[in-house]
Write a protein that binds this ligand. Structure first.
Ligand SMILES: Cc1cc2nc3c(=O)[nH]c(=O)nc-3n(C[C@H](O)[C@H](O)[C@H](O)COP(=O)(O)OP(=O)(O)OC[C@H]3O[C@@H](n4cnc5c(N)ncnc54)[C@H](O)[C@@H]3O)c2cc1C
Length: 406
């Protein structure tokens, strides 16, 4: 089986390695999946011959199985997240926002960097603004460092925007622009990604499966993207750092024709770390409260209000809310939408096909349109459902799995 580097796979996914690569390989045989309980479903063909691949159960993709459509804004900054200290009145405020499409993935590392700045004077009490991915992880890290922590937030998870994320390990997804990120940011990014990756191990194998590894298939044929590509008049190039983690990222492999029932010409398999956000967020909140943390619902209108808090060290994690709270116009919205299909526990994998992404989580099957590439949704702050986008994505998967069934 051909091995792929992460760089190679990124090129495939972004479409930049189009004709030449896509022209390789033969047609994949289409075979119907076996019924549950049959010998094929248990991993052996009728003659006892081992199957080359575990059974792949089809997704039931149809709009009548969509139980929710959610929209969210990625808090993107061209130069990368803002993790820096500022003195406001007599308070030390450490900002920790602007993580684009990588907030969950980088949260533990970013929180660690922010906490270092917050602990300079060894404060006994710390306030955290925000209860999304960044706020909650920063708060837990501050507790672990020995501080008494209070979270102040307008919305708590699951109402905070972080709850509407895909839930995959994507540490350099829309994290910065190549043209705007300082050269030193690559080192900082690597440190944050490695810390986070290691920390996620603690959540593997827990009841509720907050974090797990799953197979993921990139499916390639001659079909165009399922929807229109987004124009890129500003020629935005998003920074890519994945190769810095080559030693810890699992490789990709191209499967031989006929190894899977997917009706496409080429299939590339990888392993993906994913967050089942409902359970993961619940686990984090429970850990924070069990550690003696306090939560207060509160909305701040001005940064100066942070100086009036009883805690004199504040870690500020307002996500996209930083645009208004910190008057920081470098925070750019990047809209993203998810159509949620009813969970199918037997579908224990994800796919990427015609620029539609499907991730099977315990709390729902995430279907996402990515046909405009990374620039899709850039500068768009409309947190409004686009049903046509959802239907086009679900229909693309329906056609794929319809052909797979027969
Ligand atoms: C469709 C989509 C898919 C994504 N998929 C992934 C993925 O698979 N993996 C990944 O790593 N990342 C993903 N992301 C990115 C990730 O969701 C974000 O980077 C992350 O949620 C940002 O977290 P946050 O804590 O900074 O912000 P938020 O979750 O928005 O939290 C901000 C908190 O601050 C509070 N707040 C804001 N302003 C104020 C104020 N003025 N006063 C008081 N409280 C305030 C809010 O109420 C909230 O509690 C995705 C994003 C989108 C849109």
């Amino acid at each position: 089986m051909a091995r792929f580097t992460s760089l190679h796979r990124r090129a495939l996914i972004r479409g930049s390695a189009s004709a030449g690569l896509l022209g390789l390989g033969g047609c994949v045989a289409v075979s119907a999946p076996a019924a549950p309980g049959s010998s094929i479903a248990q991993g052996a063909a009728p003659g006892g011959r081992p199957l080359p691949h575990p059974p792949i159960w089809p997704l039931r993709a149809s709009m009548d199985r969509v139980f929710d459509i959610t929209v969210c804004l990625r808090p993107f900054r061209a130069q990368g997240p803002r993790i820096e200290a500022e003195t406001i009145g007599d308070a030390l405020v450490v900002h920790n926002y602007g993580h684009g499409g990588s907030g969950w993935s980088l949260s533990w590392g970013s929180g660690t960097v922010a906490l270092r700045k917050a602990m300079v004077g060894s404060p006994k009490e710390i306030a955290v603004v925000g209860c999304g991915a960044l706020g909650l992880t920063s708060a837990i890290l501050a507790q672990e460092a020995g501080a008494k922590v209070t979270i102040y937030a307008k919305d708590l998870l699951p109402d905070a925007r972080s709850a509407r994320a895909t839930g995959s390990w994507t540490p350099d997804s829309r994290i910065a622009l190549t043209s705007a990120a300082a050269p030193a940011f690559a080192d900082l990014w690597e440190e944050m990604a490695r810390i986070s990756f290691k920390r996620y191990r603690r959540y593997l194998g827990l009841p509720g499966t907050p974090v797990e590894w799953r197979d993921h298939y990139t499916l390639i044929d001659d079909q165009p993207p399922a929807g229109p590509r987004a124009p890129n008049p500003q020629r935005l190039e998003f920074a890519s750092y994945g190769d810095l983690l080559a030693d810890i990222a699992p490789g990709d492999e191209e499967l031989p024709p006929g190894a899977t029932p997917f009706p496409v010409r080429r299939v590339v398999r990888s392993s993906q770390l994913q967050f089942n956000v409902t359970d993961y967020a619940h686990t984090l909140m429970a850990d924070f409260l069990a550690g003696g943390g306090r939560v207060e619902r509160r909305e701040f209108r001005e940064l100066s209000e942070l100086a009036a808090l009883p805690q004199k060290v504040v870690i500020n994690c307002p996500g996209y809310g930083a645009r208004a709270l910190c008057r920081d116009e470098s925070v750019t919205p990047v809209r993203g939408q998810i159509a949620w299909l009813i969970p199918q526990p037997e579908v224990d994998y994800g796919v990427y096909y015609r620029r539609v992404s499907m991730l099977s989580r315990r709390d729902g099957i995430v279907v996402q349109a990515l046909w405009g590439g990374d620039v899709m949704g850039y500068g768009d702050d409309h947190e409004v459902i686009d049903r046509t986008e959802a239907k086009t994505a679900v229909d693309a998967l329906a056609s794929l799995f319809g052909r797979m069934q027969g």
